[in-house]
Design a binder for this molecule. Structure first.
Ligand code: SAH
Length: 355
């Protein structure tokens, strides 16, 4: 039995599935899911993320959150949380960078929201000595001040895809054609959740809907609004994404999303407007959506890179220069990735971001 067999049987029994149902099975099926069964990160894996490129990323996010914590009067205890921590690299860099912040480590209670047992194991070894608590969902985060980071978490949440047809929408579905997985379209129907997209789309445009993103954001935002805190959400995407952004990556190369279910990473761009509106509904303020490069420059990444470069030469120095460029340059991750901050409306936004 493989994931392809499982999907084929599922479609034979119940008919075509949505892109979201397909993504959910591919990424998190308990037995065959991409994340459930492996550590996909790094040069030997399928993709690399900002914290895996350089320690500077986690350090600067950590210092931004710690400064927000100080600005809000150093509340204790507080939750230090990360969504989808991967290998735990960002959290480890954040913890090292904040060691000197008076009272921060004594007051923090680390919570990691992680669905993958394989990655929980990696996180446990990266974060030895810190005793984090693992959660399946944001719903069980404690009711107390919450300082949270999420890098490339929301892009892993399943999206549904719709094609505009008049004032309705046809949903892209995955069925079988000659025994193979193939895309099809459902008959057009009105979609309440896409009502606002009738104003900026025309016939044939494709829009994506991530149903899980708003409830997760509301859950975080409600804690920040009620008890204080801040969230830094970093991902690729835009304010109101348009077009097909479903992407499969395998061994650092783009792949056909239907080709090898469960063997490739599947992501979709994040619709940051949906996150911001969910935060607002929960009574929480949000920052301007800011390119990652701008955010990191404001936090002093170039100074940090110079300090790290001082003792280096040759290959080590080259690697550092390349990492700085990859994280910040507009032609690399600097513009593609965006940062959205959440914070209590009576507090200052996290450093690096503007209201
Ligand atoms: N933040 C890390 C890893 C990004 S990969 C980094 O930047 O390197 C996506 C992470 O989110 C993985 O840890 C994956 O297992 C986790 N994940 C994906 N979907 C999830 C879900 N629905 N609930 C909890 N964790 C999830």
């Amino acid at each position: 039995m493989s994931l392809r067999d499982h999907l084929t049987a599922r479609i034979r029994a119940n008919g075509p599935i949505s892109v979201a149902e397909y993504m959910a099975d591919c990424l998190l099926h308990p037995q065959f899911g991409y994340y459930t069964t492996r550590d996909p990160l790094g040069t030997k894996g399928d993709f690399t993320t900002a914290p895996e490129i350089s320690q500077m990323f986690g350090e600067l996010l950590g210092l931004s959150l710690a400064q927000s914590w100080l600005d809000q009067g150093s509340p204790a205890p507080f939750t230090l949380a990360e969504l989808g921590p991967g290998r735990g690299t960002l959290m480890a860099d954040l913890l090292r960078a904040t060691r000197g912040v008076p009272g921060f480590h004594a007051a923090m209670q680390i919570h990691l929201v992680e669905a993958s047992p394989a990655l929980r194991d990696v996180q446990a070894s990266t974060l030895q000595g810190y005793a984090p608590v693992w959660l399946d969902s944001v719903e069980t985060l404690p009711d107390q001040p919450l300082f949270l980071a999420a890098n490339e978490f929301f892009d892993a949440l399943p999206v549904r895809q719709f094609l505009r047809a008049g004032d309705g929408w046809s949903e892209k579905r995955i069925g079988l054609q000659d025994g193979a997985l193939a895309f099809g379209l459902s008959p057009a129907a009105p979609q309440h959740a896409l009502q606002h997209r009738l104003e900026d789309t025309s016939d044939g445009d494709l829009v994506e809907l991530c149903e899980a993103a708003a409830p997760i954001t509301q859950c975080i935002a409600a804690r920040i609004a009620a008890h204080g805190g801040a969230a830094l959400i970093v991902d690729y995407g835009d304010w109101r994404a348009l077009g097909d952004t479903l992407q499969a990556l395998r061994a650092h190369e783009p792949a056909d999303p239907l080709q090898a279910p469960g063997e490739a990473d599947l992501t979709a761009h994040v619709d940051f407007e949906a996150l911001a509106l969910a935060a607002k509904t929960a009574g929480c303020a949000f920052t301007r959506l800011t390119p990652q490069g701008v955010f990191l420059e404001r936090l002093g990444i170039t100074g940090r890179a110079r300090a790290l470069a001082a003792p280096l030469q040759g290959e080590g120095l080259e690697t550092l220069i390349t990492a700085h460029r990859r994280l910040t340059h507009p032609d690399e991750m600097g513009n593609l990735f965006k940062v959205l901050g959440l914070y209590p409306s009576q507090a200052a936004p996290p450093p690096g971001l503007n209201p």
